[in-house]
Write a protein that binds this ligand. Sequence first.
Ligand code: NAD
Length: 352
Amino acid sequence: MATNFNYDINPGRIVFGAGKLNVVADEVRRLGRTRALILSTPFQRADAQKLAEQLGPLAAGVFSEATMHTPVAVTMKAMEVYDALGADCVVPYGGGSTIGLGKAIAYRNDAPQIVVATTYAGSEVTPILGQTENGIKTTVRDSKILPEVVIYDPELTVRLPVAMSVTSGLNAMAHAVEGVYARDRNPVSSLMAVEGVRALRDALRIIVGQPANLPARSDALYGSWLCGSVLGTVGMSLHHKLCHTLGGRFDLPHAETHAIVLPHSAGYNAQAAAEELEPLAKLFDGSIGGGLHDFARSLGAPLALKDLGLEEAQLDEAADLAVKNPYWNPRPIEREEVRSLLQRAWEGSRPY
Ligand code: NAD
């Protein structure tokens, strides 16, 4: 039975399909823009430059200094370049770091964003921006931050290394797992969550053996769009709080941390949100925590926080921080329980 709900739908245009990189110029024109600043990390600079050549006079230039955690200093530098080149829109080409830079620019000058997404992190469909200044990360939510257009071209993900495909895919699944038990969930967000996890599950199983399998790459990107849309629609809980804490305080890498913590955070909430998690548990042999752990192991994903360089002695502080200003969670957040969750995630043991 459908019960009461509110659903704030994020507007945005999704252009999906192999070869769709070719329509960036059409999308720039569609928005009535004539000078796109293309953004990338240093690693994807060559691809960004190729896109600039493809856009010809529609490209104002390339800024390829996007980096993790969206430092405000980099945003300011990019905005100087944006103004100096007379740009009138941005085309972030890459994963969450590059998309974060595009959002940070748009937050300040309302530049339209035409995002070419090349990982599974999901940031391109959320109105959320995380940025850092003087070592402090803050998160803002604003309609200006939501990209106007997202281009998903699976051909661009064929060279995403298998290890990153796996951790990025598990990162996407984490949005969906927390989405099904979110307090502000609605029937559509829950449908998207389950379908997103199913698509990613099936696709990742193929991608680990055949990274260039285009149908699997398409399905993974489709799944990540759905999971990202859930993140943009409903509130997140303990899992995201843990990962923000571990990333922010101990500088652990984003996707890997999500991948390792997910089976444990899902296991923590398995009883309290049993009904909501049931469709997802069914996708993983009936057990959301243990099943996700087995799935991650079968893909060769990292399983233990100790392998990311976290010291056992830091777990107490991590637990203290994670229970401070907690996000709403279906199961009460108890310090000792969270501490043992972290211990298991640190060791890489199978969750109960
Ligand atoms: P990333 O953007 O940091 O990319 C990691 C590396 O992979 C970079 O060097 C990048 O250039 C490279 N890369 C990206 N796509 C590639 C491809 N197809 N082939 C080869 N190399 C490729 O990683 P990410 O996991 O996508 O993003 C993580 C960041 O995104 C974090 O800072 C996180 O906080 C943020 N994020 C934000 C939101 C949000 O809604 N605000 C959501 C998810 C993630």
